[in-house]
Design a protein around this ligand. Structure first.
Ligand code: FE2
Ligand code: FE2
Length: 249
């Protein structure tokens, strides 16, 4: 049974401890790093900011339909952590004179995909963005000499790995006991989404990813490996006696 209370406690306990990292005086980005990183980090800042309203709306509807009173609160706390990531990146960008973005084509595509279908599709798109974000932030930490940015990236990777555990457990629960053929089809489509998203992100963020030692195929391979690892760890298959009510508290 998916343990809503466990995640409510985890996210509630974390909510008061979301710290900020600020650059010290001798830790600014060099001009070269600025050129390499500015547009890239601004796109990810926009993405962190945009995860919210649609997801909460779907979660509230799903919770009402399935009698899951904890789900909206867990979702709201989760969104608060993403907004904290956006605020942390914004503060670092402004300290380094990097302008904010109000739109990017990858962010727009993820927004449209999230709105297309219901809660399960929104969580699938979200977990895909988070997997790729996890690989990206690890790369960004390698691509910069800024101690503060390295610390921010590592802290965000730690947060994202918890988020990924929550999201994959949620996703597996939402997917439930479909027949094996349909389940394989859904998993194939999800893997395809991960691959296509990784190709698009590499195209958009080449300077950072190349500096971190990636080429196109090694980046796609790492994103796919993250998918396999995360889905294996997050996997939750309800026992037969739970299957009738596997979505209940
Ligand atoms: Fe995030
Ligand atoms: Fe996240």
């Amino acid at each position: 049974m998916f343990d809503w209370n466990y995640w409510l406690q985890i996210f509630s306990a974390r909510a008061g401890n979301l710290g900020f990292h600020r650059p010290e005086r001798d830790d600014w980005l060099t001009d070269e790093e600025h050129r390499r990183i500015a547009a890239s980090i601004a796109t990810f800042q926009l993405g962190e900011q945009s995860e919210g309203r649609t997801l909460l709306r779907f979660a509230e509807k799903f919770a009402a339909d399935h009698d899951l009173p904890e789900l909206p609160a867990v979702t709201a706390l989760f969104i608060k952590e993403e907004q904290h990531h956006a605020a942390q990146l914004k503060s670092y960008m402004l300290a380094n004179g990097i302008p904010l973005k109000s739109r990017s084509w990858t962010d727009s595509v993820f927004r449209v995909l999230r709105k297309l279908a219901g809660f399960e599709a929104a969580v699938t798109v979200l977990v895909t963005a988070e997997m790729i974000g996890f690989v990206y932030y690890r790369a960004l930490a390698r691509a910069t000499g800024s101690r503060c940015l390295k610390t921010i990236c590592r802290a965000m990777c730690a947060d994202e790995s918890l988020h990924l555990r929550y999201e994959t457990q949620l996703l597996m629960t939402l997917r439930g006991d479909r027949n094996p053929m349909l389940r394989r089809l859904v998993e194939f489509m999800h893997r395809t989404l991960v691959t296509v998203s990784a190709l698009a992100v590499f195209h958009d963020h080449r300077p950072v990813l190349r500096q971190a030692g990636y080429d196109l195929w090694s980046f796609v391979r790492d994103c796919r490996a993250t998918y396999r690892m995360v889905m294996r760890v997050g996997v939750y298959r309800p026992r037969a006696r739970d299957s009738a009510n596997h979505l209940s508290g």
